[in-house]
Design a protein around this ligand. Structure first.
Ligand code: ATP
Length: 136
């Protein structure tokens, strides 16, 4: 382990999506961004829908979309438990754009049979995916 890195694990109910040493991590905390470097103090925080960024061992910055969950940091291991998570390069951009459009239409319709909160969450997930994919 290089002396400026720490371990990050990104886990969803379906898979271990990422497990590697990184130089830094910034996660979308519900109270603001949570920036983590090596030797960070122990922490448990809730995450919102958003973009998670990290710098890998080679110094390359990477982005992932996460849709809420928790992060725990202890003994130079940051563990993210997310409902869903995708690497920026794996995101299906057309699918995310379609999801965004669907959610926007549902929110504009002001139809009482539509669950607005659900549409808002879908919209946030789609926007986070597009940002993580570097589209906007
Ligand atoms: P959609 O309406 O397109 O299904 P969604 O926001 O309802 O979007 P989720 O329920 O958050 O989708 O995710 C379901 C599964 O599909 C998860 O495994 C998630 O990682 C994956 N997923 C969702 N959207 C995308 C995307 N644009 N590219 C790649 N994987 C995606």
């Amino acid at each position: 382990m290089a002396d400026n890195t720490f371990m990050v694990e990104i886990v969803t109910p379906e898979e271990i999506l990422f497990r590697d040493e990184v130089q830094f991590l910034v996660a979308p905390g519900t109270e603001g961004e949570l920036g983590i470097l090596r030797n960070h103090a122990p922490l448990v925080g809730a995450l919102k829908i958003g973009v998670l960024r990290y710098k890998d061992q080679n110094g390359t910055q990477k982005k992932m979309a996460v849709s809420g969950g928790f992060m725990e940091v202890v003994d130079n291991v940051a563990r993210v438990l997310a409902e869903t998570a995708e690497h920026g390069e794996d995101i299906d951009i057309l699918r995310a754009k379609a999801a965004r459009e669907r959610a926007e239409k549902r929110l504009q319709a002001r139809d009482e049979t539509i669950n607005a909160l659900r549409a808002e969450m879908a919209l946030k997930r789609a926007i986070a995916r597009l940002k993580a994919a570097g589209v906007e």
